[in-house]
Design a protein. Structure first.
Ligand code: NAP
Length: 479
């Protein structure tokens, strides 16, 4: 932590203040990092990368396993920090840290296998595919899973031999510094992984720096567009994990109460502030009324409460601004014909609170239909039949997660595998990420993948090597 503090000390002269979403009161202050310091950190990271890439998988694996141990040992402390900075319930925070540890262990164990040389037969001599690290990867990350989003990227990237710079969301500076602390304590060289408390206005300049090889962003479509533009201008690799408006098809053959339970669980992940939270529930008309009642009942189980208490299932939103935006989306949807079945009222108390809310009669032209609602608001959309439900699900600019709720598993499998335009499609359960399975989206939900062999191969040079004795004359080459 000492060196990290030194890097940020002179800063820009500006200070970042955190705000506790529970009370609306100011928390801690941190010095912002200047672009000049960020560029110096990029140069140092590049230097450290040149050594790190020569270490073996065994050495890296021991370090990343140690990071997992540290995460487990400091789980309660980090959960509290997330609650202070984002309002996340302490129960969700602990689960998030546990997941980061599992993810570190997985990539510590699997990286050598995922990145083992692959022989190919291209006729004559020896040919194989090998995976070289790309260099220093800039990670621009969001606040909603402040530890998970970073470790999801960092564990495979470091195991592949890369260095990394973290530009985290500006409302989670404590988490951002704590993550660097974990990795450094585990043995990741200080200069190889750096947290920069850099304003987003400086990200494009850092992407363009020669010491930065690639960039990954998890966040909104607007931020993704801006980062992709900067990366494109210098032809650098870019992975984008953006927003989602996940649709769940609720088909007429389903057991309604069980389907509503899955729907509510999907909707209420992290207080509804998740890219893969279920946001649109597209219900075949013949069961619409029964599903409305069942979903209201299931969503009613998420009472708002103190996020530091174990039993709380819904804490505050991340900020009063974010809460006001959600409420505006709900109010506008109602103005345009949506029917309010539950919630929808801002509680009269300080802090960023918003209740579990259910809207029905949601149609095109309403924000609850057309936009990502990043909070505890379930939108019910009626469909005539299966085909209509698929059409509505796909009529979205997003394509991250999706679900099918049905009693017929063959039908569910077919729709999930063939029909839904999304990076993930789950039948009869809520979508989630897992280190073993690829994670990412299509359309405006981004491109590239995280997790699994697909994720670790995003930030490597997939290199073909062909070795043969020197003969007379070369081969006839066609590009
Ligand atoms: P955000 O405002 O886009 O911020 C995400 C990160 O991008 C932050 O570090 C932010 O920094 C930075 N940023 C914002 N504008 C930028 C710009 N023009 N250039 C460079 N960097 C920029 O998103 P958020 O509000 O934190 O997170 C919510 C969004 O993320 C939702 O849309 C959600 O669906 C999406 N998300 C997607 C995934 C996924 O895996 N697909 C996962 C989680 C969240 P500052 O904070 O300093 O502005």
């Amino acid at each position: 932590m000492a060196e990290q503090a030194e890097l940020t000390r002179p800063g820009t002269g500006r200070t970042i203040h955190t705000i506790n979403p529970v009370t609306g009161e100011s928390g801690k202050s941190y010095d912002e990092t200047s672009l000049e310091e960020a560029l110096a950190a990029a140069a140092a990271a590049r230097g450290a990368f040149l050594d790190w890439r020569r270490t073996g998988f065994g050495e890296r694996s021991a370090i990343i396993h140690r990071a997992a141990e540290i995460l487990r040992a400091r789980k309660d402390e980090f959960a509290r920090l997330m609650t202070e900075e984002t309002g996340k319930t302490v129960t969700d925070g602990r689960a998030e840290i546990a997941k980061c540890a599992v993810h570190c262990d997985w990539f510590a164990d699997q990286a050598a296998h995922y990145l083992a040389d692959e022989p190919v037969d291209i006729g004559g001599g020896e040919a194989f595919v090998t995976f070289n690290p790309l260099g220093v990867v800039l990670a621009v990350m969001p606040w909603n899973f402040p530890f998970w989003q970073v470790f999801r990227f960092a564990a495979p990237a470091l195991m592949a031999g890369n260095g990394a710079l973290l530009k985290h969301a500006s409302n989670v500076p404590g988490c951002a510094l704590a993550i660097a602390d974990v990795l450094h304590e585990a043995g990741v060289p200080n200069e190889l992984f750096r947290t920069l408390l850099l304003p987003s206005s400086e990200v494009a300049a850092l992407i363009k720096d020669d010491n930065v090889a690639a960039v990954t962003l998890t966040g909104s479509v607007a931020a993704g567009r801006s980062v992709a533009t900067a990366a494109g201008s210098v032809l650098k690799k870019c992975v984008l994990e953006l927003g989602g408006s996940d649709a769940y098809l609720v088909l007429e053959d389903v057991e309604v109460a069980a389907a509503a339970k899955v729907a509510a669980t999907a909707r209420m992940v992290n207080g509804g502030q998740s890219c893969i939270a279920g946001k649109r529930f597209i219900v075949v008309r013949s069961i619409l009324e029964r599903f409305e009642k069942a979903l209201v009942e299931a969503m009613n189980g998420y009472a708002i409460g103190d996020p530091t208490r174990e039993e709380t299932k819904l804490g505050p939103m991340v900020s009063v601004e974010a809460r006001d935006h959600i409420h505006e989306q709900v109010a506008q949807s109602i103005d345009k014909g949506a029917r309010l079945l539950l919630g929808g009222k801002v509680p009269d108390r300080p802090g960023a609170w918003y209740p579990a809310t259910v809207l029905s009669d949601v149609r095109p032209g309403q924000p609850a239909h057309d936009e990502e609602v990043f909070g505890p608001v379930a939108a019910i959309i009626a469909a005539d039949d299966e085909g209509d439900a698929i059409r509505i699900a796909n009529a979205s600019e997003y394509g991250l997660g999706s679900g099918v709720l049905t009693a017929d598993l063959d039908r569910g499998r077919r729709i999930a595998a063939e029909d839904l335009e999304a990076g993930l499609s789950f039948v009869n359960e809520n979508v989630r990420s897992d280190p073993r399975a690829p994670f990412g989206g299509v359309k405006h939900s981004g491109y590239g993948r995280e997790c699994s062999s697909y994720g670790i191969r995003e930030f490597v040079n997939i290199k073909t090597v062909h070795v043969k004795p020197l003969g007379r004359g070369g081969s006839n080459a066609v590009e």
